[in-house]
Design a protein around this ligand. Structure first.
Ligand code: KIV
Ligand code: ZN
Length: 498
């Protein structure tokens, strides 16, 4: 008999904690709607006490989606729970996700406490949340490193207090798949009243085992998985939604079914990557650019004779449409609109007209416009609210000559020009910016990513700039990678200069 697995998506909470991935409320609503279409059961919409932005997003997402349960995170603190309940007031189905660290590391070093006290706080927070909502999920933070016997005591007590779902996070991504599966099995077999609640997996990917651990948890009795689109999340990320969904879709012998409409995976993945400026590694399972690309002669020959020789998933099943029309300067508005709808983006006529104008400008520089380009075109204008803007940039570089850059910055309406030389065009341009903006700052990370192929492609630049001990994230995309690099640098600077 088929066994339903609940998909709990935390892209907008655990995923959004990544520096540089923050979304505004409108963008979060866009992602939440895409997740609803994808068929997730629960959307963790935020941590309302953490910021007014998170509070507002939980309210607006609750209004914007119909079917999924909307979940709000709290600590085991009454004020957090009050604020979460307030944020959930428009949710058709609301869930409070509350909890506390249960490993000895957390008990001793984070709370300076003891097991009995933490147990009492766990029970109290569930009881308090139950005053507001029926559906209360409890998380035992760092359950991956929590002693199983103590964990079972906590789980039994919180179920008795009314928790409907129990989250067993491998917070540090430490567990081995067998160990994590055994933990779930132990709880299934040793907790009185376990049939009154659902066990949930929440695995981090620090050792690259998040998906394996999640699957092991499900095969041992967990019936909810906490996942993010593209596996995004702090450090090495969380379990990837698309991987878990396609594993159970491919392995029918497990009897596990989910509500995910796999044909919506690709569009949702691209939307999240584009809005969060989080590139997808080309060899990422299911959604990476190369996930279905066969380059070796033997593989290509095999796939042409019979796709199943080397492909276990039909790309169309995850929404990759290989008959996609390539957009060029000759494509009309209707073709652009159609491509956008495949990517899950619906625009008003006015926004479509604006996007089409930007599209024509890009198509003048670049022959074929791909999905990432299109998503970038509909993305926010990152410079709209910037105090510092790049007016012009000119660079001379080459072999046997010194690279020189001259540029002009517009700072709150006033223009400043500068020139500098460097050991390459980017170095020269960055030095020129620094001669205008005298702040201590150093580039920590600098990633140039070509979106597709070809010398006319748009390059995306991701940069992390350190200023007074804090790291600021900058991003830009441009067919000129030197310009994109300087714009990304300025994007980061705008976050600390006011
Ligand atoms: O990783 C973790 O332990 C978490 C909890 C707060 C649920 O994200
Ligand atoms: Zn987490």
């Amino acid at each position: 008999m088929a066994d339903k697995l609940f998909i709990f998506d935390t892209t907008l909470r655990d995923g959004e904690q990544v520096p540089g991935c923050q979304l505004n409320t409108l963008e979060k609503i866009q992602v939440a709607r895409a997740l609803e279409e994808l068929g997730v059961d629960v959307i963790e919409a935020g941590f309302p006490i953490s910021s007014p932005g998170d509070f507002k997003s939980v309210i607006e997402i609750s209004k914007a989606v119909t079917w999924p349960t909307i979940c709000a995170l709290t600590r085991a603190v009454e004020k957090d729970i009050d604020v979460a309940a307030e944020a959930l007031k428009y949710a058709k189905r609301g869930r409070i996700h509350t909890g506390i660290g249960t490993s000895d590391y957390h008990i001793k070093h984070k709370f300076n406490s003891n097991r009995d006290d933490i147990l009492a706080r766990a029970i109290a927070c569930v009881k308090y949340a139950k005053r507001y909502v029926e559906d209360v999920e409890f998380y035992a933070e760092d359950a991956g490193r929590t002693d199983n016997a103590y964990l079972a005591r906590v789980v039994e007590a919180v179920i008795k207090a009314g928790a409907t779902v129990i989250n067993i996070p491998d917070t540090t991504g430490y567990c081995l798949p067998d160990e994590y599966g055994a933990k779930i099995k132990y709880l299934m077999e040793n907790v009185n009243g376990i049939d009154k609640a659902i066990l949930s997996t929440h695995c981090h990917n620090d050792l690259g085992m998040a998906t394996a651990n999640t699957i092991s948890g499900v095969l041992n009795g967990a019936r909810q998985v906490e996942v993010t689109m593209n596996g995004i999340g702090e450090r090495a990320g969380n379990t990837a939604l698309e991987e878990v969904a396609m594993i159970f879709q491919s392995h029918k012998e497990t009897g596990i079914i989910t509500n995910i409409n796999s044909k919506k995976i690709y569009s949702c993945s691209r939307m999240v990557s584009s809005l969060m400026n989080m590139p997808i590694q080309p060899n990422k399972a299911i959604v990476g650019r190369n996930a279905f690309a066969h380059s070796s002669g033997i593989h290509q020959d095999g796939v042409l004779k019979n796709r199943e020789s080397y492909e276990i998933i039909d790309p169309k099943d995850v929404g990759i449409d290989d008959n996609a029309i390539v957009l060029t300067a000759r494509s009309g508005r209707a073709a652009l609109k159609h491509r956008l709808s495949i990517l899950g983006v619906e625009l008003t006529q006015e926004k479509l007209d604006e996007t089409y104008d930007a599209f024509l400008k890009l198509a003048d520089k670049k022959k074929d416009i791909n999905d990432d380009d299109v998503l970038l075109l509909v993305g926010k204008d990152r410079t709209e609210t910037h105090r510092i803007k790049l007016e012009y940039l000119q660079v001379t570089s080459g072999v046997g000559v010194q690279a020189v850059a001259s540029l002009c910055l517009n700072i709150a309406g006033e223009k400043f020009e500068a020139a500098a030389s460097g050991n390459g065009p980017v170095d020269a341009a960055i030095k020129a910016v620094k001669t205008i903006i005298h702040r201590s700052m150093s580039i920590q990370e600098f990633l140039i990513q070509a979106i597709d192929k070809g010398s006319d492609d748009m390059g995306k630049v991701h940069m992390q700039v350190e200023h007074e001990g804090v790291t600021y994230y900058g991003f830009s995309a441009n067919t000129d990678i030197i310009a994109a690099s300087v714009e990304a640098f300025i994007d980061a600077i705008n976050k600390f200069v006011n």
